[in-house]
Design a protein around this ligand. Sequence first.
Ligand SMILES: Nc1ncnc2c1ncn2[C@@H]1O[C@H](COP(=O)(O)OP(=O)(O)OP(=O)(O)O)[C@@H](O)[C@H]1O
Length: 250
Amino acid sequence: MILQVSGVHFDYKSRKVLNGIELSVERGEILAIMGPNGVGKSTLLKCMDMILKPTAGAVIADGSDLTKLSNQEVAQKIGYVAQRNDVSRTTVFDAVLLGRKPHIGLTVSQRDYQITDAALKRFGLEQMHLRRIDEMSGGELQKVCICRAIAQEPSVLLLDEPTSSLDLHNQLEILKIIRDVTEGHQTATVLTMHDLNLALRFADKFMFMKDGIIHDACDASGVTPEIIENIYGVKVHIEYFKGIPYVIPE
Ligand SMILES: Nc1ncnc2c1ncn2[C@@H]1O[C@H](COP(=O)(O)OP(=O)(O)OP(=O)(O)O)[C@@H](O)[C@H]1O
């Protein structure tokens, strides 16, 4: 088990959003957290990254209780890419190199530069490494942010709607990279996504949130029309093509 979330609660002032979340992820796995708008998926990712402190419960990553670690120690274990990313006047290269920050001592090492170069190449960003990120399109910026999180080499990668700004080619390309990195490095990825069919193609496990808790947890073959209807209030069929389930609304 590389990530374990136990009994996590979170309230925004008097508004309860997370009401005892339980989940675990194994090494090499991608977990998709699904659910309607406003149900608390982003809040849960932020609690897993300690950007928001859970009001109760524990988050254990790679053997450590994150509530007891410094911000730098958390960043060595958890990489997080938000749904909306702040942009500064930095170049693509510097933005990705910044992913190495939790590991950098007094100076940037040769290894940090090598990892940055390799990540840029993997994401096909090497030709635009001197472009400024505040002048990029939404999709280009989303790629840079995910690239930076990969360069960070965390044990657990948290991605909030990682494909929301990407075209079809980039959606498949980026999710393939995420799958390769997760399997190859035996880390784990937790992502949120509204596209059920894309999630069914790439994720190993699914958790459906409603009313502040995880209502259903299963692998791709366990996702049923009943679960979808219960969570989203939409009647669907599930058909298989080349072994992959597809959700088709009625
Ligand atoms: N900073 C905040 N202060 C107060 N309430 C907030 C804050 N951020 C989010 N909320 C509320 O908490 C609830 C959960 O929000 P959250 O962003 O976690 O949902 P989500 O499941 O990620 O939604 P979506 O799928 O639309 O991105 C929502 O009702 C939202 O309005």
